[in-house]
Write a protein that binds this ligand. Structure first.
Ligand code: FES
Length: 578
């Protein structure tokens, strides 16, 4: 909002298309008039793109068309012209081999769709895991006035009188089905009970994490992180978002003005406090890379230290997003964190972040804890280094077993996820509870696309003996709905010859989370011999986008963006031909 002084309205970018009385102007206007637009809509009214990732193939986003209509109402009301456009959609539960492979492709589609069209400001309408980062990455490379609006989480899942969380309870129920503990009918009933409404996963998985973090970064209006998809207040939020983006165009509040270093620092701390997904690491690094913000993997460790876990949500905790919303949502969390975050950080509302949460109420003490009674006093992610991960690896100590945070064990190595699936329950596999499961070939380039398989299931025979956690190490990611003592994002990855490629079954591995170390206890001479005998695996793809991805993807410590997408191209398009 303005402070009362008149704000000089910048020249509209869309005037480049619509402000000319020549052949080009005729063409740009006339074809739009086929939709029934009168002349005056092209005379100085902000054109607002609504970048929607609605798709029947992305069930978490299937309601976004409805939400877009509410954004449109707000845009019209504020004097703008809403223009809904698609830019790919990534359904986490549907896309193979993994939706992450296509995050960068979607970011390209978003970037080029915004830049190439007569758009003055943009609302990014997303939800399911990869859509929010993909849209923000693309928009960041153009840098127009931008607001994110998330689709919101599903209502809490219920089955046989108990809350069940998207993803988190899938493993338990599928194991129960395999063991014959529940019938097929019960299994199907649980599926239905888990997904009671439209919206994204109702746990603090990656989608909820990203929806909350973009709120903490100031790039949404308040309550974006928590209001359920089915809550009419989500529609109100959409309406207000439509109004505000028009004002932002008039005030020329570009994305880069909101997403500075303070926004990223606030996001890291907020992520610790909500027990957010490790996937946020690669996504925020990639977004920062587009904006040229100096934000590195080590900042995740440095900034997250000493931040308490305040939110008791699955996968690690007890409750689901509907309860989180009832308890006050992100504004309540941010208010508890007040002295740990930069409340002066700018937001899309035009007010500093502190103004957005200063009056927030926390309802009850269970779902969102008081600062003085946290679930864990130190919930930040840890970045490990050592000869096994020279460029870093990530672990979420708050989701790990305390007794494994310092551990030495014998490596049991799997060369690929298929190798893992084939052998993990082989009675001949030499494995015990102290072993360290090592998975290769699941990094950005190796898989390709860095799938969420890092939380490898434990060997059945150990599960039957009551073992509930083991140290697991890989170059993969982990679902935001999973947990365990899982070391992820090892860089460099095995497929490009990182030290992970050289680990053999029987090697000793030392994990020391307190000391931030991940060490392979093998001599340098032996590692040199192994390296000399190592050859890179044959790429999985030889054509198309996947080939482009393999050739250009950066490692996890750089956010797994494509090397030629880092940075911004701006919004200018110099040439035009009809
Ligand atoms: Fe879409 Fe979880 S599968 S948010």
């Amino acid at each position: 909002m303005s402070d009362g002084r008149p704000v000089p309205t910048p020249a509209l970018r869309s005037a480049r298309w619509y402000g000319k009385d020549d052949r080009d102007g005729f063409i740009h206007r006339s074809w739009m008039k086929s939709d029934g637009y009168p002349d005056d809509l092209f005379a100085g009214r902000p054109m607002i793109g609504i970048c929607s990732s609605a798709s029947d193939l992305t069930p978490c986003n299937s309601h976004l068309d409805d939400l877009a209509e509410h954004v449109e109402r707000g845009v019209w009301e504020a004097g703008g012209v809403p223009l809904v456009f698609p830019a790919m959609s990534l359904g986490e539960t549907q896309m193979l081999p993994t939706a992450m492979l296509f995050r960068n492709l979607m970011s390209m589609a978003v970037e080029e769709s915004i830049r190439g069209n007569p758009i003055d400001g943009v609302v990014l309408l997303g939800g399911c895991d990869k859509n929010t980062p993909a849209q923000l990455m693309g928009a960041a490379s153009v840098d127009l006035p931008t607001i994110v609006l998330s689709g919101g989480p599903k209502l809490d899942g219920w089955y046989q009188g108990r809350a069940i969380g998207s993803g988190t309870d899938v493993w338990r129920l599928s194991e129960a089905m395999r063991a014959g503990d529940i019938t097929r009918e019960e299994f199907l009933a649980a599926e239905s009970g888990m997904s009671r409404s439209k919206g994204f996963c109702n746990t603090m998985g990656t989608a909820s994490t990203m929806a909350c973090l973009v709120e903490a970064m100031g790039v949404t209006l308040p309550r974006n992180g928590d209001l359920p998809a089915a809550d009419s207040r989500r529609a109100v939020l959409a309406h207000l978002t439509g109004r505000r983006i028009v004002e932002m165009v008039r005030e020329d509040v570009r994305l880069s003005r909101v997403l500075g270093p303070a926004a990223f620092a606030n996001a890291v701390r907020a992520c610790a406090a909500i027990g957010g997904s490790t996937n946020a690491v690669v996504h925020l690094l990639a977004i920062a890379g587009r904006l040229g913000v100096d934000f590195t993997l080590d900042d995740w460790d440095r900034l997250g230290r000493g931040v308490p876990l305040l939110v008791d949500l699955m996968p690690a905790g007890r409750f689901l997003m509907e309860e989180f919303s009832r308890s006050g949502g992100m504004p309540a969390v941010l208010r508890e964190l007040d002295d740990l975050i930069d409340g002066s950080a700018p937001t899309v509302s035009g007010r500093p972040l502190r103004d957005e949460y200063a009056a927030a109420m926390r309802h009850g003490d269970e779902v969102i804890r008081q600062r003085s009674a946290p679930l864990t006093p130190d919930a930040g992610l840890a970045v490990l280094r050592g000869n096994l991960a020279p460029d870093g690896a990530v672990i979420k100590p708050a989701a790990a077993s305390a007794h494994l945070l310092r551990h030495e064990g014998r490596a049991v190595v799997f060369e690929s996820i298929e190798d893992f699936k084939t052998r993990i329950d082989d009675p001949a596999l030499e494995v015990d509870a102290d072993s360290v499961l090592v998975l290769k070939g699941c990094g950005p380039r190796g898989y390709p696309g860095m799938p969420e398989v890092g939380n490898m299931p434990l060997p059945r025979r150990l599960l039957e003996r009551g073992v509930t956690d083991m140290v697991r190490i890989s170059d993969a990611r982990m679902s935001g709905t999973a947990y365990g003592t899982v070391v992820l994002h090892v860089a460099p990855e095995a497929a490009i010859g990182g030290p992970l490629a050289l680990v053999r079954s029987g090697d000793r591995i030392v994990l020391d989370v307190e000391g931030r170390e991940l060490r392979l206890d093998v001599t340098d001479d032996e590692l040199r011999r192994r390296r000399a005998a190592w050859s890179p695996p044959e790429p999985e793809y030889h054509r198309g986008y996947a080939r482009l991805y393999i050739d250009h993807v950066l490692q996890a410590d750089r956010g797994a963006d494509l090397d030629f997408l880092v940075g911004a191209g701006g919004s200018e398009v110099r040439r035009e031909s009809h």
